[in-house]
Ligand binder design. Structure first.
Ligand SMILES: [Zn+2]
Length: 63
């Protein structure tokens, strides 16, 4: 995954994983996993849902 900071055009970043409570449709609370991408130059942070990223990587069927 290529990264270019949308604030300063920097290409160096660090990634951290964090957990956040999220509500499911049944109103139960679950912990969702998120990746935080922080620009090493200006500190701008983007957040990605690991659930969706991981789902997109599973393009082949599993048995
Ligand atoms: Zn930046």
């Amino acid at each position: 995954m290529n990264f270019r900071c949308s604030k300063c055009d920097g290409e160096e970043y660090s990634v951290k994983t964090t957990f956040m409570a999220e509500k499911t449709p049944g109103l139960r609370l679950e912990l969702g996993t998120y990746y935080l991408k922080t620009c090493s130059n200006c500190g701008y942070t983007e957040m990605y849902s690991a659930k969706i990223l991981d789902r997109d990587e599973k393009l082949k069927p599993e048995y």
